[in-house]
Design a protein around this ligand. Structure first.
Ligand SMILES: [Zn+2]
Length: 254
């Protein structure tokens, strides 16, 4: 039986002489594996729609006696060309894809995570946002959608909502005022501006996720804090993140 679904290509691995095995994040069935036969042949009608990080309308069919699907047709809806032409953006896009493959095991339908990924790819492609802002927004919101939302409403000791300086705890996922607790080796001291951004990313409307202004030193702090929180909660590293750090030239803070 044929299945028609929109899908984002998260991973593409060459297989035999001319085929590719794809990891797809589909709108209807979550993440699944599909083989695109002959898609590396010149003039293959599948090639354009099966490219890495391409958002395509696909017709899939289940292969007999296998868990895998076969791609019967693929029509590109958005190819995010601006990402593919820029090494830093491509590295970050591949990191988003690796995170999704890890967070969303096969068979779970997770439309919110899919739309978050598409929004962040759109931002890399078309919106002029700092890469660290897109990265931090993606990581924190992905955690929130997966049940790891940090407690950001107030100090975990006295309940105060807006202290000037806070100590954020990546392992516990909460913060307290700098006055309520001395610094611990594993806490990150932040000012109120970064706390406001963390709350914005965690609580805003999905489509508004990148609509907050931040640059310079506060952006660097936001980026480092969220990455630390993300990796602590995931309890693992990501090869694509290491690669992003290798190729990314940090903009000097103003
Ligand atoms: Zn407090």
């Amino acid at each position: 039986m044929d299945i028609v679904t929109n899908a984002l290509v998260l991973r593409s691995v060459d297989y035999r002489d001319s085929d590719c095995v794809l990891t797809l994040f589909t709108e209807n069935m979550g993440i699944l594996t599909a083989t695109a036969w002959g898609c590396r042949n010149r003039n293959s009608v599948l090639a354009a729609g099966c490219q890495l990080l391409c958002w395509s309308e696909m017709v899939l069919t289940k292969q007999k006696n296998l868990d895998r699907y076969k791609v019967k047709s693929a029509t590109s809806l958005r190819d995010f060309r601006g990402i593919r032409k820029d090494l830093e953006k491509l590295a970050l896009g591949c990191y988003f894809a690796e995170v999704m493959t890890h967070m969303n095991p096969e068979g779970n339908r997770e439309p919110d995570l899919l739309y978050l990924t598409l929004n962040c790819l759109h931002a890399l492609d078309r919106m002029d946002r700092p890469l660290e802002q897109v990265k931090a927004s993606f990581e924190l919101r992905a955690l929130c959608l997966s049940g790891f939302e940090p407690m950001l409403a107030g100090c975990s000791i006295c309940g105060r909502k807006d202290p000037e300086k806070i100590r954020f705890h990546p392992r516990e996922g909460h913060f307290c005022c700098a006055g309520c607790e001395p610094a611990r080796p594993d806490s990150i001291t932040l000012d109120n501006e970064v706390l406001t951004c963390l709350r914005y990313i965690a609580w805003c409307e999905p489509k508004r996720i990148l609509y907050f202004p931040i640059t310079g030193v506060p952006l660097r702090r936001l980026s480092q804090t969220v990455e630390s929180f993300f990796l602590t909660q995931m309890q693992r590293g990501f090869r694509s993140l290491d690669y992003f750090h290798e190729v990314y030239l940090e903009e000097p803070p103003e």
